[in-house]
Design a protein around this ligand. Structure first.
Ligand code: NAD
Length: 252
């Protein structure tokens, strides 16, 4: 049984990751900034209400994890927020800072506190959630795209830095995932472009070879593989789970 810590685990992709690891018998610890959402998650999962962008809260979380587990085998640095959908000139510095602090800074803090525990154990794997917005330009989503590109740069650096200690680090880039978060993005974009939600949805889907959104469990399945011994020599990789996107710019 592996010990798996997941940030942003109370909803969407993080929740699907927790379900997938629990389904193979792993011990799951989810963290999330939303205590009410955590309450609705299964009682047999470990849970902590923590803001990934708060250094003190993250330090305390990993102290508790160290006491209970020693070291986690797998850490999924998954929490992130969409940030504003707006032309760059309309993005406020406050919106920029909060998106980058959570979406990139949260991955940094997760790795910062996980690394010493994993180094001590001489093994571990860190899986970060980036996005196809971290592989291509993404008009009207400057803070989010910048943060997700940053997540990949951080992952590549950590893979080199931590590899000699037996720690693998990889990034998953989900495409557009069916669910409440993408619903919000579609609605905001439809409003901004004066289009219907359905037209925006079709535009996103048509940007993939397979003409489809993906599901949270598609992402979770890849995460479980990356955490497994089957991937024992896979590190420093960017893996898109997105129905194949070469040109993600929605055709709308
Ligand atoms: P979601 O909103 O359903 O889940 C994100 C979870 O993170 C929520 O439970 C939320 O409460 C939590 N969270 C937000 N801010 C936090 C903070 N400061 N500290 C701790 N937890 C916080 O979204 P999701 O779709 O499951 O997204 C998960 C990850 O996948 C994110 O990093 C997101 O950018 C990325 N992603 C999502 C999509 C998509 O289409 N949904 C596509 C590409 C990448």
């Amino acid at each position: 049984m592996s010990k798996v810590l997941i940030t942003g685990g109370a909803s969407g992709i993080g929740y699907a990751m927790a379900e997938a690891f629990a389904a193979i018998g792993d011990d799951v610890w989810i963290t999330d900034v939303d205590p009410a959402a955590l309450k609705d998650c299964p009682d047999h999962w470990n849970k902590s209400a923590v803001d990934v962008s708060d250094e003190d809260q993250m330090a305390m979380l990993f102290e508790t994890v160290a006491q209970k587990w020693g070291a986690p085998d797998t850490v999924c640095a998954n929490a992130g927020i969409a940030g504003p959908t707006a032309k760059v000139e309309d993005v406020t510095l406050a919106d920029w800072n909060s998106c980058v602090a959570i979406t990139l800074g949260g991955v940094f803090l997760t790795a910062k506190f996980a690394a010493p525990l994993m180094k001590h154990a001489g093994r571990g794997t860190i899986i970060v959630t980036s996005s196809t917005a971290g592989q291509y330009g993404y008009p009207n989503r400057a803070p989010y795209a910048a943060a997700k590109w940053g997540v990949i740069g951080l992952m590549k650096t950590l893979a080199m830095e931590l590899g000699p200690s037996g720690i693998r680090v990889n990034a998953i880039c989900p495409g557009s995932v069916e669910g409440p978060r993408m619903d919000g993005v579609l609605e905001r974009e439809a409003r901004a472009k004066g289009m219907t939600r359905e037209d925006v949805y079709r535009g996103y889907a048509s940007g993939t070879s397979m003409g489809s959104f993906v599901t949270a469990s598609d992402i979770a399945n890849m995460t479980v593989f990356l955490a497994s011994d089957g991937a024992r020599l896979v590190s420093g990789q960017v893996i898109a789970v997105d129905g194949h996107t070469e040109n993600p710019d929605p055709k709308v």
